[in-house]
Design a protein around this ligand. Structure first.
Ligand SMILES: Cc1cc2nc3c(=O)[nH]c(=O)nc-3n(C[C@H](O)[C@H](O)[C@H](O)COP(=O)(O)OP(=O)(O)OC[C@H]3O[C@@H](n4cnc5c(N)ncnc54)[C@H](O)[C@@H]3O)c2cc1C
Length: 396
């Protein structure tokens, strides 16, 4: 084991917490400091756009660990503070309160930040959704509102639109692309999701961009669209994607492309690893990959911590993600993509339960289920084995 005595983890969420737990489990007994911008102890984000927004969970239920488990980690928690600078030569991290932390091992797990619109966020009633505080503020806004416009029909926007419909609001969802989640899941899934949202009463405006937000007395009242129409809105959710939280790493010497660029072991520089949404690692088969999914944060947090301890191996996950919208649960293994072939191999979309495969370059790249979870787990083997496309279709 590499002899470390002073490890700093920046980002106190899923990936950072898992890295800290892995360090302790693997025998690291030195000093361990966790720096987190949010004042909350580590919590889970997926319920924010689902149970928290709908109000079926108390906010406290999103905590990732109980107090005893956190205390057992023997961590110095520096929450409500931001890392503002990294000096990889001197091995120092500077914080927003001026404190400087030396380290011999550093885990970067700062995730992503939501992308804002170029203008309009100064208006009351305009929301982003990334943190627990964001979710609680949005829920408060929705409870007092009659109408919401969701800008962006990616998985966050689509989940929030579903939650808002369940709360009884008039929901308009707008996206310049032709269908919801088309970039992540492709055209056929986009059509099915569009039909799902329309069936549940969403006024879906696809292929249409937003030109501006209009307010009265400092509060949003309307959204102007590029087809010349104007949609009234008590609340607006801006869900147009996210950007890796790497601003504090400018000048650090780390390679910052689409996230913190790491090697296949998740190492970004000697003594520095990255994990979770912020990390772009060199996948031996797939090239540079960055995954914004919950399970990846855990798996990569574990892998990165082991690398720091000198026990690393190439990070080769089978990515997994899920999304819940109304009574539909979609689960996917691998990396679905817009340009892939797509074939339903079990069940039937018309019956609201099916499983499908994605293929690129003549082999399977992803498996997905729509209310058929067992089937997706069974198809996962094709993703792991990169089964030739025709063979997978004939045996599935
Ligand atoms: C509303 C919502 C719903 C989601 N639903 C799903 C889902 O259904 N399925 C799924 O697979 N995934 C889902 N995800 C994605 C999943 O939550 C993320 O992949 C996961 O949280 C990534 O964990 P992370 O630790 O890498 O980053 P994050 O959870 O983003 O944590 C990063 C932390 O670092 C902090 N930070 C940032 N910069 C600094 C700094 N300079 N100094 C100190 N701290 C800093 C941030 O404040 C944050 O607390 C969802 C995400 C959101 C927001």
């Amino acid at each position: 084991m590499t002899a470390l005595s002073d490890v700093v983890v920046v980002g106190a969420s899923a990936a950072g917490l898992t890295a800290a737990e892995t360090l302790r489990r693997e025998g690291y007994s030195g000093r361990l400091t966790m720096v987190g911008e949010e004042a909350h102890a580590p919590y889970d984000r997926p319920p924010l756009s689902k149970q928290v927004l709908r109000g079926t969970w108390e906010p406290a239920r999103v905590a990732l660990r109980g107090e005893d488990a956190l205390a057992g980690l023997d961590v110095e928690w520096l929450l409500g503070r931001t890392a503002t600078e990294l000096d990889t030569g001197a091995r120092k991290v500077t914080l927003s309160d001026g404190q400087v932390l030396g380290y011999d091992g550093l885990v970067i797990a700062t995730g992503v930040a939501p992308r804002p619109l170029p203008q309009g966020h100064e208006l009351a009633g305009v929301h982003l959704l990334r943190t627990l505080d964001d979710a609680l503020a949005l829920r408060q806004g929705l409870l007092a509102a009659k109408s919401v416009v969701v800008i962006g029909a990616g998985f966050l926007g689509a989940e929030a639109a579903a939650a808002a419909r369940e709360l009884g609001l008039a929901v308009t969802m707008v996206d310049p692309l032709p269908a919801p989640m088309i970039r992540q899941l492709g055209a056929r899934m986009g059509e099915l999701l569009a039909a799902l949202h329309v069936r549940h009463g969403v006024d879906l405006r696809t292929g249409i961009g937003v030109t501006g937000l209009v307010g009265e007395e400092g509060r949003v009242t309307k959204v102007e669209l590029d087809d010349g129409t104007v949609v009234p809105a008590d609340v607006v959710l801006v869900a147009i994607g996210s950007v890796p939280a790497v601003g504090w790493l400018a000048g650090s010497g780390l390679s910052l492309g689409n996230g913190v660029e790491c090697d296949e072991l998740c190492q970004a520089a000697p003594g520095v690893v990255a994990a979770g949404d912020v990390a772009s690692w060199a996948h031996p088969d797939l090239g540079r990959v960055r995954v914004e999914h919950r399970m990846n944060a855990t798996e990569q947090g574990t892998a990165a911590a082991k690398t720091l301890l000198g026990k690393g191996s190439p990070f080769l996950p089978v990515p997994y993600f899920w999304t819940d919208q109304y009574d539909v649960k979609i689960q996917a293994y691998g990396l679905p993509s817009q340009d892939a072939e797509f074939e339903v191999v079990a069940g039937d979309p018309a019956e609201g339960r099916f499983a499908a495969l994605y293929g690129v370059g003549g082999h399977v790249t992803a498996a997905l289920s729509w209310n058929l979870p067992k089937e997706a787990r069974a198809l996962r083997r094709h993703v792991v084995q990169r089964t030739p496309w025709q063979e997978a279709l004939s045996v599935s």
